[in-house]
Design a protein around this ligand. Structure first.
Ligand code: SF4
Length: 118
């Protein structure tokens, strides 16, 4: 199953990783949640294919090791989501629909009292 594009309604931010939010639940190593808000990657759906790393024109993603996760032991981490230019290539090439890109989500999250409004 791919990422739920409405995850911000069903999940909460539980931690920060490498400068971006992580939306839970998280129960390592089996459940890793959704990483990122503008560029969101469902780590529990990600199979470590790498198409997004290859195709992103502004190098948003880094590999992160996730030993013991049932889907794959590496994930595409949106380490530089602020650089995203919303080209949607990563969304199109991901074989398991693990990525959702929505620049307005950051503003909605901030309006709802997220960290950006503090
Ligand atoms: S939408 Fe485009 S620029 Fe943004 S992370 Fe995906 S591939 Fe990179």
């Amino acid at each position: 199953m791919g990422i739920d594009p409405d995850f911000e309604r069903d999940r909460s931010v539980v931690e920060e990783h490498d400068g971006h939010d992580v939306w839970g639940p998280v129960d390592e190593p089996e459940r890793l949640g959704v990483h990122g808000t503008h560029v969101a990657v469902d780590f529990d759906a990600c199979v470590g294919d790498g198409a997004c790393l290859r195709d992103c024109p502004v190098d948003v993603f880094d590999w992160v090791e996730t030993p013991g996760h049932p889907a794959s032991e590496v994930k595409a981490d949106p380490a530089r989501e602020d650089a995203c230019i919303d080209c949607m290539l990563c969304v199109d090439v991901c074989p398991v629909d693990a990525i959702d890109v929505d620049a307005s989500r950051v503003r909605r999250f901030a309006a709802d009292g997220g960290p950006e409004s503090e």
